[in-house]
Design a protein around this ligand. Structure first.
Ligand SMILES: Nc1ncnc2c1ncn2[C@@H]1O[C@H](COP(=O)(O)OP(=O)(O)OP(=O)(O)O)[C@@H](O)[C@H]1O
Length: 764
């Protein structure tokens, strides 16, 4: 740390000077905003005063429209400027607290003197708009701060590489305009600063890591070349943090072309969505679209089908039960996760070009107008080389034409007369005037006009359904794949799981493993629009995606750049790791980045969990000391032991303490045991956010989240078996500072695998 005198005083003076500039800018901006706000309010109030409304002649109407448009554009423009000023004010507010966090002195090779560069969450120019008082952390030059130590360094600009030398690298902790800490560093981005950040208590929302981004994380954040970026990172290595910083980076780098709507993030569950919600706003950016893959699939599949949630599937798999179907279900999940299954489905889809697409009758008032057989006949008279979606489009045109005839025939039916009686007065008046303009018997004409109105209204909804392709029976066509399709490629136990799948389909139900295949099938048959507007897709916890699901995502986002982040050690689904997208063989334009350093947990927790980590990846702990994990044998009642443990942790000052259980049932049991005595919150898949305190949470919902302390209430050998390795590993790695495992019997095999000096044993 630099001495408090000398450098510190000079730096503090600079902070004050910069703060003064920030206040001045804010003042100026506030007065401009208030002027603009008044003018927007004024314009809204007087909007119509400046519009000349004249609807007498067609030319006048056009002129009126143009005048309204002009006025509306003026208003929209002012509102837009006001919006961007508000954003600027928000950034200044953040700078006021901590204007910057880093400094480097960089001398370009062909310059005589070094420039002092100060780096913060946003750029700030001096009053003359000549020099940068602060550089945005995303500016090309700022990459020097993250990528280099002292000595030779270079950064990329549009005109090429700029080479030079770094003579100083300094970090600051500034709060409310006062330097609280200052470190000169020669190595990675100051361990002290990182120690500070990681030593803090966990929070119910994630924080940005902008001041302490590590070199390997920076590669993820600033990657611009790859179409597919695969990040395999051990637990707590900063994958989610890097993903969010990357979004902020891209939003800055491509600010003129990228809007928040162009970026989508698939998050593992709604709780996680709320957990990460603060990071982008903290960086001065708007949140991008976040949704779970489940929600995406539900939207694509449509409301008529219900989908099993991935958590329900997980519950089934984690709850051991004597179930005759279990073996079948496991095989089913495994098979439907593979690309081989997609090939089979593709073969079926190819066969549909010759036969098999199922249709629905086109009915009107309970009468079949066009039977499904006729629709099928028309569909299959078309050239088989025309794609299925194109043939469906042509069928729509044909059906609409056919309907026109039926519509005419309906005009004289009795039911029409009844409906005429229900028309509103305006329809009668309109019909009266229209009839007057015709030459014939006006009474007869008027009735005909009214009949046409009634029939057209009724046919409109039928036509709409046809345009929405409701006449294609997607479900029945898909079911046929399981019930009567023949192929040499069918897998061995096809008969057993096809009957189960067909039975689910009859109930309009899709298991989680069936959801992506069905959505894929539907899009191939109907030609669902692919998501072209999405320029960047991020998938967190990507190890949970099956090979099939990933193929579907690629199919739906053909032009999108993707960043997949995950940890194969935390793959708690049953698909094999070999098939996991994170292990995907490199395609063109694919880059793979591996993060091996774990930042979340203390060195002691990382050393313990590494002993039984499922994969063979290197896991390096970050040097942060803490207590060794504790294995507690039950000597008293379970309730007494759990309460004592939690109270001890509370006394130390931990604010988020989680009981991580294997299943929902276990959560309920622990909740029932403890809730009469302490205030605890039970988290389930409907929980959308959480507050600091004591939580009871199933492991699959704790993914991606962290807690000061984790208690595993039943770490016995009966409860966690070999197949639960990734589950147990995931649960333990949620702990930042303390890990306590409780057991009444023999501890599970993973604890046995751990070196005995990596944990302590006690009686509770
Ligand atoms: N460079 C960094 N500076 C400060 N904190 C960091 C840094 N990298 C990671 N962290 C912290 O480490 C913790 C874990 O980060 P994060 O949740 O992003 O990891 P992850 O790889 O997504 O974890 P997991 O896969 O286990 O869910 C967070 O508290 C995060 O703030």
């Amino acid at each position: 740390m630099s001495s408090k005198h000398g450098d510190w005083v000079v730096e503090q003076q600079r902070v004050e000077k910069v703060m003064e500039e920030i206040y001045k800018k804010e003042e100026k901006l506030l007065s401009k905003t208030s002027e603009l706000k008044d003018s927007v309010i004024d314009l809204r109030k007087t909007f119509w005063d400046d519009v000349t409304v004249n609807l007498d002649e067609p030319d006048d109407v056009i002129e009126t429209e143009a005048s309204i448009k002009q006025q509306a554009e003026l208003l929209a423009q002012k509102e837009k400027i006001h919006g961007s000023m508000a954003k600027e004010l928000q950034t200044l507010k953040q700078l006021k607290n901590s204007p910057y966090f880093g400094r480097i002195d960089f001398k370009e090779d062909d310059e005589k003197t070094a420039e002092q560069l100060y780096i913060g969450i946003s750029s700030l120019m001096d009053r003359e708009e000549k020099d940068f008082l602060i550089y945005d952390w995303r500016a090309p030059i700022s990459s020097l701060y993250y990528d280099y130590t002292l000595g030779k360094a270079a950064y990329q600009t549009l005109d090429g590489m700029v080479m030079g030398n770094i003579s100083l690298k300094r970090q600051f902790i500034i709060r409310n305009g006062e330097i609280k800490g200052m470190f000169d560093t020669g190595l990675t981005i100051g361990d002290q600063l990182l120690q500070e950040a990681l030593g803090n208590n966990a929070s119910s929302t994630m924080k940005s890591i902008v001041a302490t981004i590590q070199k390997e994380q920076n590669k993820i954040i600033r990657n611009e070349k790859s179409k597919l970026l695969l990040v395999q990172g051990v637990a707590g290595s900063g994958k989610t943090s890097a993903a969010l910083q990357r979004i902020a980076y891209l939003m800055y780098r491509y600010r003129s072309e990228l809007t928040p709507e162009n970026v989508v993030l698939f998050s593992p569950n709604p709780l996680f969505t709320s957990y990460i919600n603060n990071v982008l706003p903290e960086l001065g950016e708007t949140n991008v679209k976040q949704l779970t893959f489940f929600d995406y699939l539900q939207d694509k599949v449509g409301e008529a089908m219900s989908i099993e949630s991935p958590f329900a599937q997980m519950e089934y798999l984690l709850t051991y039960q004597e179930d005759a179907n279990r073996h079948f279900r496991l095989n089913n999940i495994k098979y439907k996760s593979t690309i081989a299954y997609k090939h089979l489905l593709d073969a079926y889809i190819a066969d549909l070009h010759a036969e098999g697409v199922q249709f629905k009758n086109i009915s009107f008032r309970k009468r079949i107008l066009i039977p499904k057989e006729k629709v099928k006949e028309y569909f299959y008279t078309m050239d088989p080389n025309i794609s299925l979606p194109n043939r469906i489009e042509l069928t729509v045109k044909w059906l609409l034409k056919e309907l026109y005839q039926f519509q005419k025939e309906e005009l004289n039916k009795d039911w029409v007369e009844e409906k005429i009686g229900l028309l509103d007065k305006a329809a009668y008046v309109k019909a009266y005037y229209e009839a007057q303009e015709q030459d014939g018997d006006s009474a007869v004409d008027e009735e005909l006009i009214l009949r046409k109105v009634v029939v057209a209204k009724m046919f409109d909804s039928l036509k709409r359904q046809i345009k929405q392709l409701a006449f294609v029976n997607v479900l029945a066509t898909y079911k046929r794949f399981y019930t009567c399709w023949e192929s040499d490629e069918l897998p061995e136990d096809w008969t057993s799981f096809s009957s189960q799948t067909a039975s689910n389909l009859s109930k309009n139900f899709l298991t989680w493993e069936d959801a992506a295949p069905y959505a894929y099938f539907k899009s191939q048959l109907l030609g669902d629009e692919t998501d072209r507007a999405v320029r960047h897709l991020f998938v967190d916890e990507a190890q949970d995606l099956s090979e099939f699901q990933f193929a579907y995502i690629k199919h739906m986002f053909p032009y999108t750049r993707m960043t997949l982040l995950g940890d194969i050690n935390q793959a708690i689904n049953v698909h094999t790791s070999r098939d996991n997208p994170l292990q995907a063989m490199g395609e063109d334009n694919t880059e793979r980045i591996t993060l091996t350093k774990s930042y979340r947990s203390t060195k002691q927790i990382v050393e313990f969990t590494t002993c039984f980590a499922p994969g063979k990846e290197v896991i390096e702990p970050f040097e942060r000391q803490g207590n060794k994990p504790k294995l507690l044998y039950l000597n008293k009642t379970e309730k007494e032991v759990l309460l004592t443990s939690v109270n001890e942790l509370l006394k130390i000052g931990y604010e988020t303490i989680a009981f991580i259980c294997k299943t929902k049932n276990e959560c309920v049991a622990i909740y029932n045991l403890l809730s009469p005595s302490i205030s605890v919150t039970r988290v389930d898949e409907e929980t959308y956010s959480f507050k600091k305190g004591i939580l009871i949470i199933p492991v699959y919902l704790a993914k991606g989240i962290e807690f000061d302390a984790v208690i595993i209430p039943d770490a016995s050998t009966n409860h966690y078996t070999e197949s639960d390795r990734t589950v147990f590993y995931t649960a333990c790695t949620r702990a930042m500072h303390e890990l306590v495992m409780v057991t009444a019997a023999e501890p599970c095999l993973f604890i046995h695998e751990a070196k005995t000096d990596t944990y302590v044993v006690a009686n509770g």
